[in-house]
Design a binder for this molecule. Structure first.
Ligand code: CDP
Length: 194
C-alpha cells in the first residue's frame, strides 16, 4: 500500500510529535525532513556539496535540535541546489511501500502534492516559542525571536516557501493538548484509509 501523510507548518508547531504518533498508530515510516536541512547546516562547508553527499550518519549528530542548528537549517534551506539535492530521497520515502508520514515545510506543496492526507499544523508564535523553550531552555524571549525570524525566512524564500496547500486540513494546536491534536490527526488519516 502506498499512502502518504504530509504534515507541514511553522517552527515548533507540534509537527514532530503528531507525525511520530500517526506513524506509530498506523505502522507507517516517518521522516522528519527538517533533520535533513539541520544536518546540512550543522556540517558547515559548502552546503550544496554537503547536501549532495549527505549520509544517514549525518542525521545522528547530537546537536541537531539546538536553536543554532535551526537557524543554520533555515539559511541553507533557501538555496535551490540544496533543496534539489534532497528531493529524490524525500519523494522515494513518501511513496515507499507500507505508508509514510513526512513532516516539514513543503511536503504537501512540492515534495508530495499527491499525498493522500495533508495537514497544516500551526499555533500562535507565543505558544510555539513556549513549547520550544520547554525543550531547549535558556531565555524564552530569545526563543520567540528565533521562531519568528525562522518563520519569516521560511515563508519569504523564493523556492518552496512555507505555504498552506489548498487541499490541506488546518490544525491549530494553540489550545489543544498533544493528545487531542494527535487524536484529530489520527481520525483524519483513519477516515481517508477507509
Ligand atoms: O522543528 P522545527 O519545526 O523547529 O524545525 P524543522 O522542521 O527541524 O526545520 C528546520 C528548518 O529547516 C526550517 O526552519 C526550514 O528552514 C527548513 N526546512 C525546510 O526548508 N523544508 C522542510 N521540508 C523542512 C525543514
Amino acid at each position: 500500500m502506498i499512502f502518504t501523510v504530509a504534515i507541514d507548518g511553522p517552527a515548533a508547531a507540534g509537527k514532530g510529535t503528531i507525525s511520530r504518533a500517526v506513524a506509530e498508530r498506523f505502522g507507517f515510516g516517518h521522516l522528519d525532513t527538517g533533520l535533513l536541512y539541520r544536518a546540512v547546516g550543522a556540517k558547515g562547508g559548502d552546503p550544496v556539496a554537503v547536501a549532495r553527499a549527505l549520509t544517514p550518519g549525518d542525521l545522528e549528530r547530537g546537536d541537531l535540535r539546538t536553536l543554532e542548528a535551526g537557524q543554520a537549517a533555515s539559511r541553507v534551506a533557501v538555496i535551490p541546489e540544496v533543496r534539489a539535492a534532497l528531493v529524490a530521497f524525500q519523494r522515494k520515502f513518501a511513496r515507499r511501500e507500507g505508508g509514510a508520514v513526512l513532516d516539514g515545510r513543503d511536503i504537501g506543496t512540492v515534495i508530495c502534492p499527491e499525498a493522500e492526507v495533508k495537514l497544516y499544523v500551526t499555533a500562535s508564535a507565543e505558544v510555539r516559542a513556549h513549547r520550544r523553550w520547554l525543550e531547549v531552555g535558556g531565555d524564552e524571549a530569545r526563543v520567540l525571536a528565533e521562531v519568528i525570524e525562522r518563520d519569516r525566512r521560511d515563508a519569504e524564500r523564493a523556492v518552496s516557501p512555507l505555504r498552506v496547500a489548498p487541499d490541506a486540513v488546518r490544525l491549530d494546536t494553540s489550545e489543544l493538548s498533544i493528545a487531542d491534536a494527535v487524536a484529530i490527526a489520527c481520525d483524519i488519516v483513519a477516515k481517508r484509509l477507509g
